[in-house]
Each structure stands twice: as structure tokens, then as C-alpha cells.
Design a protein around this ligand. Structure first.
Ligand SMILES: *[C@@H]1O[C@H](CO)[C@@H](O)[C@H](O)[C@H]1NC(C)=O
Length: 406
């Protein structure tokens, strides 16, 4: 009995210690821009997120369960809110779980279709975390939404998630009739890594004449390149929640199975051969980013001597499947109409700005919204009650407006 009490006491002290450590390190490392409008909410959100990651790491070290599993388990405990106007059906396409959202009201004409890929660095995020977003999209834009529950870390690394998304999308495109979807109005949509997969899928499907053509792509603070970690936004926002540069690097290196010890070499850009940078500079160089985004300080990209081993280790990241931003002109020029949201306080802001420029230069119509008070992941706060940011609603309204115009 006494031993049990002591153990309980020790566990309590340890938990409090972990909590204090997380809060302490938040105040030391996190950079909370006042312009997000609700800095205290962002602090709370970040501390909760860090607490989940930290406990996940502790459980992983103790061999109880992996960090991603623990974080997903915890966020999936939040009850799903139902919307009386939307019918939600859980299905499996083969082994891939998907959620289908259909407006309850009867429609005598075929509807718009949206294939949705959620974000979360392939580590967190699920069909449940993005349920409110999909419900809202389906209801407000009168569309059939298919959300793909692709497999994630730690068991499933590159290219499993992309494969799942391709398989589910192909199956959906072949079943449009069954769901009452207009084959001329199918859109792919995603946030963060989901946005990256949406555009990779668009690029790949250009060569599939027997599938309905994708009508548009919606890319919300998408992750579009894994080449250059020195872009201005990667420096300006390196410690802004919810995606710090360290967290992004962790996700990226784990997905691609790259050892963390390469970090400093990759951050400096020493994994890029000179001829590689010469070829892609015209698309990736900071000179392609408008001056108004360079007001906050950053260092110009340095040219480091090549570390050949680092190049070999990371060469998979330099493929257009992982960096759709560097796909060739003949691919990008054929892409459908594009809707882009970028956030000022987002590590990945410049991915969006650079892709927007490439698309526009090649004649693809782009609708672009820049959220001056946005940060990475803000859309997911939509249904977080008191931790909700008004910016998430503005992003969603802009998406709905775009969808209604298709
Ligand atoms: C390349 O980078 C690795 C890891 O950062 C380092 O151990 C190694 O010494 C570097 N090689 C050269 C030739 O600089």
C-alpha cells in the first residue's frame, strides 16, 4: 500500500515536472507574433501540442507506444460533432479508410466533388481532426467530399501515404456516378502535407486520359518542397507554432528515413550540388518572393561546399514527388486552376509564394489569399471552441466562395 502511494506520488511529481518543463521551454523557444491577434490562445495551443508530443516521446522511450500513435490516440478522443445537414458515411476503399460527406438536401443535378487530404506532417492529423472542415465544405459548397485516411508514421514512411491517396482518388474518380458527382467538377484539396499530396496527384493524373480531368486544386499552406530550408519564411518563422523548423525537419526526415544527424548539413544546404541549385534557382531563389515578405530579417542563402554523402542520403527529397514545386514546366503548365492560401507566420509560406509564381508564369489561373494573421495549422482550430481563431473561418469562407464559382 505504502509502495503504491509512493509510486503514485512520484508519478504526480513527474507529471507536474513534465508540464513545467514544457511551459518553460515554450517561453524560451516559441516565437509568438502579436499579429496573430490572439497570442495567448496560440501559447495555450502550442503548450498543449508540445505536452502531447513530450508525453508521446516519453512513452516511446519507455517502449509503451510510439509518439505519433499516442498523439493520434489523444486527439481522436475528442468527440466527433455531427452536423444534421450532412450525411457522413465511413467506408473502406480496400484497406484505406475514407469518410464520405454528402449534403442531406436532395439535389436533382450532379454535385461538385472534393477529394480531401488532411495535413499533420504524416505524423498527426486524422479523419477525425479534419471532420469539421470536411462537413463545413460539403454543406456550404453543396458538394460531395471524400476524405482519405491514409496511413502514417511511424510504421508507414514514404511513399505509403501518397500511394493510399492515389488509390483512393482513383477509386473515387471511377465511382462518381454512384455518389452523384459531376465528372467535370472534381477538385483535389489539402492542407500542409495534404496540400502537397493534392498537387502531386494533379501532376501525376495529367497523364491519365481515362480518368475524369481534375477541375481545380486547393492548396492550404501546402508543403511543396524539401530542397531549401533557408528560404526567408523558414528563417523568419522558424520558431513560430504550430510548425517550428525543428518539428518540420523531424517529420520530413522521419517520413523519408533520413538520419537526424544530417540536420545541420541539410539546414545549411550542403546537400545540394552546385549544378542542382543552378538548375532550380530560377524557381526557388528568394528573388522570386515579393519584397513585402522580406521585411522581417533573414540571411541570404549561403553557398556551402557539397557534402556528397548528404546529397546521396537526401536525393529522394529532391524528386518532384516530394518537391512538386520543382516539377518541369510542361507538367506545371498543364495543371488546373489553383486556389492557394498562404499564412504570414508560417514556415512554409514561401512554398506557396514560389508555387503561385510558377503557376502564374506558366499561364495557370491562380486565386490567392494571404492571411496576414495566419500561422501553420490555423484552419484546424475551426472547431476548437475557445481556442478557435477567426482566421480559420476566413480561410474556409474563401474556399467555399472559390468552390461555388466552379
Ligand atoms: C557530411 O555531413 C556529415 C553529417 O553532418 C558529417 O559527419 C561528415 O563529416 C560530412 N562530410 C564532409 C565531407 O564534410
Amino acid at each position: 500500500m505504502v509502495a503504491l502511494l509512493l509510486l503514485l506520488q512520484a508519478a504526480c511529481v513527474f507529471s507536474v515536472g513534465v508540464g513545467l518543463w514544457v511551459i518553460g521551454s515554450h517561453f524560451f523557444t516559441a516565437d509568438i507574433p502579436a499579429a496573430v491577434g490572439h497570442p495567448v490562445k496560440l501559447r495555450v495551443l502550442h503548450c498543449v501540442f508540445q505536452l502531447l508530443l513530450t508525453w508521446g516521446m516519453i512513452f516511446e522511450k519507455l517502449g509503451i507506444c510510439s509518439m505519433p500513435r499516442f498523439v493520434r490516440f489523444m486527439h481522436d478522443l475528442v468527440p466527433l460533432k455531427e452536423d444534421p445537414d450532412v450525411v457522413v458515411t465511413d467506408l473502406c476503399y480496400g484497406t484505406i479508410p475514407v469518410k464520405l460527406y454528402q449534403p442531406k438536401v436532395f439535389s436533382c443535378t450532379p454535385r461538385l466533388g472534393i477529394v480531401f487530404y488532411h495535413g499533420g506532417g504524416m505524423l498527426i492529423g486524422s479523419l477525425r481532426t479534419h471532420n469539421a472542415i470536411c462537413c463545413h465544405l460539403s454543406k456550404k459548397s453543396d458538394s460531395v467530399v471524400l476524405a482519405v485516411g491514409y496511413r502514417k508514421l511511424p510504421q508507414h514512411k514514404f511513399p505509403v501515404a501518397l500511394r493510399d491517396c492515389v488509390v483512393a482518388t482513383t477509386h473515387f474518380l471511377k465511382s462518381l456516378n454512384k455518389y452523384g458527382v459531376d465528372p467535370d467538377r472534381v477538385v483535389v484539396c489539402g492542407d500542409s502535407v495534404g496540400g502537397g499530396m493534392a498537387t502531386v496527384i494533379c501532376q501525376r493524373y495529367l497523364g491519365c486520359p481515362d480518368l475524369p480531368k481534375i477541375r481545380a486544386q486547393i492548396l492550404i499552406y501546402a508543403s511543396l518542397q524539401a530542397v531549401d530550408f533557408q528560404l526567408p519564411s523558414y528563417q523568419q518563422n522558424k520558431n513560430v507554432p504550430l510548425a517550428s523548423r525543428d518539428f518540420a525537419f523531424y517529420c520530413w526526415s522521419t517520413v523519408l528515413d533520413i538520419k537526424p544527424s544530417w540536420k545541420s548539413t541539410i539546414m545549411k544546404g550542403a546537400h545540394l550540388p552546385a549544378e542542382f541549385w543552378k538548375k532550380y534557382r530560377k524557381w526557388l531563389g528568394a528573388e522570386n518572393i515579393p519584397e513585402r515578405f522580406k521585411k522581417r530579417p533573414y540571411q541570404p542563402k549561403t553557398s556551402e561546399p557539397l557534402n556528397e554523402s548528404a546529397y546521396l542520403e537526401t536525393s529522394l527529397a529532391l524528386d518532384s514527388m516530394n518537391s512538386p514545386l520543382i516539377a518541369e514546366d510542361e507538367v506545371v503548365s498543364q495543371l488546373p486552376e489553383t486556389f492557394i492560401v498562404s499564412c504570414e507566420y508560417d514556415l512554409l509560406r514561401d512554398d506557396s509564394l514560389l508555387y503561385k509564381k510558377r503557376l502564374e508564369d506558366l499561364g495557370v489561373p491562380v486565386t490567392w489569399h494571404h492571411m496576414e494573421d495566419g500561422f501553420h495549422g490555423v484552419l484546424s482550430t475551426l472547431d476548437m471552441g475557445c481556442l478557435h481563431f477567426p482566421c480559420s473561418k476566413r480561410i474556409l469562407d474563401a474556399m467555399v466562395h472559390f468552390l461555388k464559382g466552379l
